[in-house]
Design a protein around this ligand. Structure first.
Ligand SMILES: Cc1ncc(COP(=O)(O)O)c(C=O)c1O
Length: 374
């Protein structure tokens, strides 16, 4: 049996009529950039995710640096984030011209460790960017408390955390902004690049609308800006898909519980945890191989049996060869947990379109390997 890592082609087939209808509507409208479909999707997304404003931008990386820039954060400022995220989080801080200060993650949740944030704060610190890694919410109450104590802004990088939240709060409730990526593999993905900034602050909304459109909010009038707009075709795809996000998130959580149950007796593996009081949306289902030296063996075994398992991410950010910036970043304390994660993680297939038969096959192969290595 072959089990792929993504289900988006199947997902398209499942709701083809709804997507095609929206695409057709945009094509016939003749309005492809900052047109009515973008406006409609921004309103729908703001309503669904409980945010006053939603601004569609070109991608999830731009969503982060445009938020930093809108907050006036740039050269001379420090922004704290963590080492085991996708490269783009730190890249966005660099694009904004600020210095990334990189701290370690919590050993179990893999999200930024609030205790490590506090020790990294200096007079130059302006913001914290927690990442809802793999779909697991960062410890937002602790992070908001720190931000309030030290007068810092918070931008939640929720590229992987779409539809996640705490039991008693929503994403972004006390943050300046929440940013998402709509690239296809995300829990809500379009057919190209896309991103969005959610904010309750009118000033941030206004600034990003201007920044994304060549610094213009009035025809022929410009200040320095950029070109980073979510186009209307992608907005149409996302508008059709948004109607299914609740159902898809529930399916992901259901698959996670099934993996948990089937793999609970594995001796060589750590299964993902779900921080109590928070909704993990399982963008990825990531297991850890206790003996790091055997990670490649399990990955190879799964791949050889037709299972497309991957690593997220096998090189922590500060170990990237292309990390060129010298003094534009700083490592704050040991990054042991992030490095351990990079050496031991494996992401199993996880998407709403997975079938029971496919999931059970993956779990059976993982179990088979675990038994053979115990
Ligand atoms: C955690 C995280 N942040 C930022 C991004 C950047 O998003 P994009 O690829 O849309 O620029 C991604 C994914 O791609 C991501 O996973």
């Amino acid at each position: 049996m072959k089990v792929g890592f993504y289900g988006h082609v199947q997902q398209y087939h499942n709701i083809k009529e709804e997507i095609d209808r929206n695409i057709q509507e945009v094509l016939e409208s003749g309005k492809y950039v900052q047109g009515p479909m973008l406006k409609q999707f921004e309103a729908e997304a703001a309503a669904y995710f409980g945010s006053k404003y939603a601004v569609g931008v070109g991608n999830g990386t731009d969503a982060i640096w445009l938020s930093l820039t809108a907050l006036g954060i740039g050269p001379g400022d420090e922004v704290i984030t963590h080492a085991n995220t996708f490269f783009a989080t730190v890249e966005a801080i660099w694009i904004a011209g600020a210095k990334a200060v990189i701290v370690d993650c919590e050993p179990k949740t893999k999200c930024i460790d609030p205790a490590k944030i506090e020790t990294a704060i200096t007079p130059k610190t302006k913001a914290i960017i927690p990442v809802h890694l793999y779909g697991q919410c960062a410890d937002m109450p602790a992070i908001w408390a720190l931000a309030e104590k030290h007068g810092l802004e918070v931008i939640e990088d929720s590229a992987q955390g779409i539809d996640g939240r705490g039991d008693t709060f929503g994403q972004g409730e006390k943050s300046a902004a929440v940013t998402v990526s709509y690239i296809i593999q995300k829990n809500l993905g379009c057919f190209g690049d896309g991103g969005m900034v959610f904010t309750d602050r009118e000033d941030i909304d206004k600034r990003i609308r201007k920044l994304r459109n060549h610094g213009s909010d009035q025809r022929d009038h410009h200040s320095m800006g950029f070109n980073s707009r979510l186009d209307d075709l992608q907005a149409g795809v996302l508008s059709a898909k948004l109607k299914h996000i609740t159902e898809w998130t529930d399916q992901r959580i259901g698959w996670a519980r099934r993996y948990d149950e089937k793999l609970k007796d594995c001796r060589q593996l750590e299964l993902p945890c779900n921080r109590p009081g928070f909704r993990h949306v399982y963008h990825l289902y990531v297991i850890e191989v206790k003996d790091q030296a055997k990670r490649g063996d399990l990955l190879g075994f799964l791949n050889d049996h037709g299972i497309d398992a991957k690593t997220h991410y096998s090189i922590a950010i500060h170990r990237q060869e292309g990390f060129p910036w010298g003094k534009e970043y700083e490592l704050a304390g040991s990054l042991d947990n992030a490095e351990k994660n990079a050496a031991s993680c494996i992401s199993l297939p996880m998407y709403p379109e997975l079938t029971e038969e496919e999931l059970d096959y993956v779990a059976a192969k993982v179990l088979e390997w675990d038994r053979a290595n115990s």
